[in-house]
Design a protein around this ligand. Structure first.
Ligand code: SAH
Length: 216
């Protein structure tokens, strides 16, 4: 595909995959229309980057389907001033979408090779408001908390206590929770010290592996 055809593919992705399924937040739509998803996957997969499916990113991990990225992002209702924590950097695509919509993104990845590749892509695309590190993200990133919003892009058996502790009040956390084969995508809200949650979609994510996630 020629270079500027990726822009067309992105516009079509928004029109055919996102808007008809209820992605209506204009800022989210603009971010999805803007971030070059094909630059986050390996060369041989670039021409599939705007398809309606997840893609492998190496190390047995995947970049989520565009709709799921948009749905999770929209659920955070970002206005622009927020500090956001993401667990599971992967290829960095979700971080780059978030970075367009908030003040600063802190993102944690447990696999070194993915972290290094993502950091290279952030540099290349001049994503200056993303900081990333290699660690067990089930413990959050306490140094910079509390976070106005937290997004976990891997599925755990329960909501890690550390993440609830590091969530600001008011604050919102999106996380898939369930067993290894299928999960509920939970939207967890903290207001005046009270935690409530609702399921926004049935999903299937790769596993959240760590001290407050699944075992290795
Ligand atoms: N947001 C990513 C999705 C990557 S898949 C993207 O846009 O590409 C989920 C990622 O979570 C994987 O890269 C996996 O290695 C990572 N992960 C799993 N458990 C983790 C943990 N405890 N801490 C940090 N990252 C974790």
């Amino acid at each position: 595909m020629e270079l500027n055809n990726y822009g067309l593919a992105r516009a079509r992705m928004v029109r055919e995959q996102l808007e008809p399924r209820g992605i209506i937040n204009q800022r989210v739509i603009e971010a999805m229309d803007d971030v070059p998803r094909h630059l986050f996957v390996e060369d041989a997969l670039q021409n599939q980057a705007y398809g309606d499916f997840p893609l492998p990113i190496g190390e047995g991990q995947t970049i989520s389907q565009p709709y799921i990225v948009a749905l999770m992002t929209q659920a955070l209702e970002l206005k622009g001033h927020e500090k956001v924590l993401e667990i599971g950097t992967g290829c960095g695509y979700q971080s780059a979408v978030l970075a367009r919509l908030c003040d600063k993104v802190y993102t944690v990845e447990r696999i070194k090779s993915l972290h290094i590749k993502a950091r290279r892509t952030f540099d290349r695309l001049k994503c200056l408001n993303i900081v990333c590190k290699i660690d067990d993200g089930t413990l959050g990133w306490p140094e910079y908390g509390p976070y106005d919003a937290i997004m976990v892009t891997a599925a755990g058996p329960h909501i890690p206590e550390s993440l609830l502790d590091q969530l600001a009040d008011p604050g919102r956390l999106i996380i898939p929770v369930g067993d290894r084969l299928g999960q509920d995508l939970l939207e967890v809200t903290k207001i005046d010290g009270n935690i409530s949650q609702r399921c926004i979609e049935k999903v299937r994510f790769v596993s959240l592996i760590g001290s407050q996630g699944w075992g290795d």
